[in-house]
Design a protein around this ligand. Sequence first.
Ligand SMILES: [Zn+2]
Length: 460
Amino acid sequence: MSTSSLPTRRHTIIKNTTALTMDSALGEIVGADIEILDGEIVGIGPGLEASGAAVIDGTNTITLPGFVDSHWHVWGTLLRGVVGDGPEHGWFATKGRLGGHFTSEDFATGVRLGMAEGISAGITTVHDWSHNIMCYEDAEANLAVHRELGTRVHFSYSAPSAHPSMPMEKMREILAKGGLLPDAVMDFDNPRRIAEDWVPSSESLLTVGVAVRGPARSTPEVYREEWRLAREQGLSISMHCAGTEAEVERIHQIEVLEADGLLGDDMLLAHCLYISSTEREYLADFGIPVSMSPLSELRLGMGSPPINEHVAAGVQVSLSLDTTAISATADVFQAMRVAVGLQSISAKDATALTPRRVLEMTTIDGARALGLEEVIGSLTIGKRADLIMVRTDELNMAPVWDPVVAIVHSAQPSNVDTVMLDGRILKWKGELTTVNTPKVIAEAEDSLKQLCERAGFKPR
Ligand SMILES: [Zn+2]
């Protein structure tokens, strides 16, 4: 599938914006011009000349790197609205009831809805943790939508897991559709095929890894073999870890992996809410990043993300949505505010996590978590042009004094005026350029309706 339907990369100059470069050498530049050529940032600073370039007026805007989401099960977007309150209608129950009925078409409509919202809200890179893949066609449907939309994506291949505690009928259903029991090694042929079939033609917008269940949800023989296979194939390894107290009462996954000699900087862990101080030291020593999802951790009652504890120990932290079926919106601004607020409460100190620090977590540190810090994450000459322009002349923004405070504490997705991804303009003057929004919404609604019918599920 080609990318020919995407907007062309034009020689462009943004004039007179306030640039939050997130590059420590450049800092913040008021009255900045940014020149983009062939999808690359080639100039940044005041008073640039770029003859022949298309001019974007940056007056009354703040320009910053596009957000990087380091842990998002994008397919789950289709279940937004079905996930309600109480154990019977919670995320895990809903996923268990409906996840096994997803078709490749449902993957496509769900990911299209999720990423269209994500791009509109300023997310330009996503770690798409696709943990419901039942056949290669599901993965292809998922990847095809990213290609269609022009997303920069780290794709973690993963199958749904069946667990002996599930009702037998449910377990059989999941197993019949490619799900895994704890003593079964996940499929590594499909991620290898993705790396071979999709990465070379991705214009460097796609990297591939696997998401594994780890010591808490698979047997020692299985997780050791999965680590071996991932490393043999050069696939990065992602894993949920210590998201509940019940898990750490049973097992400390990081300690187990350390004892097995398996920790490495090709790993990424999500949550890590209840890890021990020893485990925290391991993460810092091995350079293993942690993705924290304050909106889902809050809504599911998992716990308050110990961001400052991780940072103080030298652990690299980035932020994520987890799934918009739980976070409810792809609103990174809200995630930053909640992250800041929770650190303020736990430290009884309103400055415990500063706006500048949290903005690093959604930009440059997100890029680091995905091994993309040389490519994106800051407005730096030589990096790819993934950037967003946020309007300041709006009721919820003005008057802007400190642009970082405005972005973290006032901005919302509707203030994102322009999104440029790899030099392509995907949102312009508040409208997505390549997405037929009413059609995307209607198709997602239809998909969910049919999915519920197939599953015999009647939403309240
Ligand atoms: Zn997750």
